[in-house]
Design a protein around this ligand. Structure first.
Ligand code: KIV
Ligand code: ZN
Length: 384
């Protein structure tokens, strides 16, 4: 069965970069944008042009540079923001303006001190205005995760009427459960007039660690764009991680959903973004963490050495990792020790291995990890 395409909207340079500690200089922004284009993302959100002259210039430069992806600039539902974004995007081959407004009662009451009707009107006007500059206009209903579904459907209908091509349904606070978020997307598909003329987009934050699960639930229920960042960087606990979305869809091909991403570039892109931002990736991060393909317990090591798939669902080469790592610690067994010794040129028979293993445990109980430099010394000290 043919796979349905899910567009990948990367917001590393906007939602990711706006976080304290993740600021990028102009050269790094351009290098990351070029890499995202090579990676195969469909849309690059390059920045929030009205926010600063630096961000304006970044969006302008990225617009000139990017060859394949759409380039997108964020705005509030404010005329001046939209004018500035249109100007910053003027050299883009395929420009997109991303405009929107908070739609939850809490945003309407406390942030805007407005009414639902006023918000509807502002949303409509913003999309109409953006449409006077570009064909491709994405509307975000901020805090859609906590917005009443009936009102959200009215907002969506109104902005489609104004010409929105993509409807972004952000779970801005990372509040939803996958089931709630999926149901919300389905509700919109079933209840919004004209929805067949627009793409629904998931934009999930990770406050409860559910950003990826929620985005996947959205896609299962009909969304065809997912907004994400490399390494999941983003406000507070972050955004949906691009690498997780790509590999969840690849691993579960029965969903018949796929992206255009060249997954073999994922590991290197993760490292590039982490180094440019000075934001380390947690070692146990899915797909791109240093331990994502490392095995340290004896039982797991024995299984992986016999057949990699016993404890790995992803072939490391598929995401650009050279090979699985067998880490030697005090929890390792003889199989791992023999394997690592063989890798550096020591073939040990059973008797030799038993002796070396005793010495290995003595050292491993003292050290956190035993490395290739320690091994010859351990073998020598074993008197085999
Ligand atoms: O999380 C959010 O709601 C956003 C919007 C500005 C799209 O980042
Ligand atoms: Zn966001």
């Amino acid at each position: 069965m043919a796979q349905d395409k899910v567009d990948i909207f990367d917001t590393t340079l906007r939602d990711g970069e706006q976080v304290p500690g993740c600021k990028l200089d102009a050269t790094s922004k351009l290098a990351i944008a070029a890499r995202l284009d090579e990676l195969g993302v469909d849309i690059i959100e390059a920045g929030f042009p009205i926010s600063s002259p630096g961000d304006f210039k970044a969006v302008e430069d990225i617009s000139k540079l990017v060859k394949n992806a759409r380039v997108c600039g964020l705005t509030r539902a404010v005329e001046k923001d939209i004018n500035v974004a249109a100007e910053a995007l003027q050299h883009a081959k395929r420009p997109r303006i991303h405009t929107g407004i908070g739609t939850s009662d809490s945003h309407i009451q406390y942030k805007f001190k407005a009414t639902r009707e006023e918000v509807l009107e502002r949303a409509y006007k913003a999309v109409k205005h953006a449409k006077s500059f570009v064909e491709d206009v994405e509307f975000y209903a901020e805090d859609a995760g906590r917005t009443d579904n009936e009102f959200l459907a009215r907002v969506c209908e109104k902005v489609i009427e104004a010409g929105a091509t993509v409807l972004n349904i952000p779970d801005t606070t990372g509040y939803c459960l996958p089931d709630q978020y999926g149901t919300k997307i389905k509700y919109l598909i079933d209840n919004v007039k004209g929805i067949e003329n627009a793409t629904i987009s998931c934009h999930c934050h990770n406050d409860l660690g559910l950003a990826t699960a929620n985005s996947i639930a959205g896609a299962i229920n009909g969304a065809r764009q997912i907004e994400c960042t490399i390494n999941g960087v983003g406000e507070r606990a972050g955004n949906t991680a691009l690498e997780e979305i790509v590999m969840v869809l690849r691993q579960h091909s029965h969903l018949n959903l796929d992206t255009n991403i060249d997954a073999t570039l994922l590991n290197d892109t993760s490292r590039m973004v982490s180094e440019s931002m000075g934001m380390p990736v947690q070692p146990n991060k899915a797909i791109v963490g240093a331990n994502a393909f490392a095995h340290s317990s004896g039982i797991h090591q024995d299984g992986v050495i016999k057949k990699r798939e016993t404890y790995e669902i992803i072939n490391p080469a598929d995401v650009g990792v050279d090979e699985s790592a067998i880490i030697l610690t005090a929890r390792s067994g003889r199989a791992a020790l023999a394997y690592r010794a063989k890798n550096i040129g020591f073939e040990l028979d059973k008797k030799q291995l038993d002796k070396v293993y005793l010495e290995f445990l003595r050292v491993a109980d003292i050290q956190k990890e035993v490395n290739d430099k320690d091994l010859p010394l351990i073998i020598k000290a074993s008197n085999i």
